[in-house]
Design a protein around this ligand. Structure first.
Ligand code: 13P
Length: 252
């Protein structure tokens, strides 16, 4: 049984005071609504301490959106995974397409971060997904397979329980254009088959695969009904309680 896992990636939105206030209302709403899924939110680095404080006792996981590929040293502007752990962050999103696109993160860099996070016993949400050009060029499976094989290189079978995969087709992010539940499910099935080939059927069957890309209250249910879709990684619609609450309570 895979427990549904719904996450809000706040990206570079909400100032720390706004993030904290919103997190408090979300925590209250989650305690009242008791969603049938695990809920995670990923605020910006500077908002993490306030948000952690605000959601205490609610069961909401607070994650970072990124981290450095080193533990400490002369890396101006970076945030170490050890610093995240020190403030109570145990989960990190890695390989988001915006990190790949705008900050030059390669599969190799992302793999280094994945291994570092796992060495500190952190949980990882590893993002994969193709651009429109790649999809239209028939490269969907090649791209996903490369992102998985390189991104998870040297990850040991017993560490796979700390890994969640988020399938986020780049053309569906922030565009209002959602993948159809059928297209998303097909990509998720391919991801599961690839992980089965790399590890085992058992590990693949237990793997949580989130879909991300213009998830909203109106489409979450149809997506979540699909066999291989186990959760969502929500951007824009995670920034307001009125949108995010109906998404995390999709089954009610
Ligand atoms: P949107 O939900 O705004 O399309 O963003 C998806 C995403 O990138 C989540 O990580």
């Amino acid at each position: 049984m895979r427990t549904p896992y719904i996450a809000g990636n706040w990206k570079m939105n909400l100032a720390p005071s706004e993030a904290r206030a919103y997190a408090s209302s979300l925590a209250e709403a989650v305690k009242a609504a008791k969603p049938d899924c695990r809920v995670m939110i990923a605020p910006s680095f500077v908002s993490l301490p306030g948000v952690i404080e605000a959601v205490k006792g609610s069961g909401i996981t607070v994650a970072a959106q990124n981290m450095a590929d080193h533990l400490a040293g002369a890396y101006t502007g970076e945030v170490s995974p050890e610093m995240l752990k020190d403030i109570g962050v145990e989960t990190v999103i890695l390989g988001h397409s915006e990190r790949r696109q705008y900050y030059g993160e390669t599969d190799e860099i992302i793999n280094g971060k994945v291994l570092l996070a796992l060495s500190l016993k952190m949980e990882v949400v590893l993002c994969v997904g193709e651009t429109l050009e790649e999809r239209e060029g028939g490269e969907l499976e090649t791209v996903l397979e490369r992102q998985l094989r390189v991104g998870l290189k040297d990850v040991q079978p017993d560490e796979m329980k700390a890994i969640t995969i988020a399938y986020e087709p780049v053309w569906a992010i922030g565009t209002g254009r959602t993948a159809t539940p059928e297209d998303a499910d097909a990509a998720h099935r391919f991801i599961r088959e690839t992980v089965a080939a790399m590890y085992s059927e058992d590990i693949a069957n237990n793997l949580i695969i989130q879909y991300g890309g213009s998830v909203k209250p109106s489409n979450v249910r149809a997506l979540m009904e699909k066999e291989n879709i186990d959760g969502a990684l929500v951007g824009g619609a995670s920034l307001k309680l009125d949108d995010f609450l109906p998404i995390i309570t999709f089954s009610k």
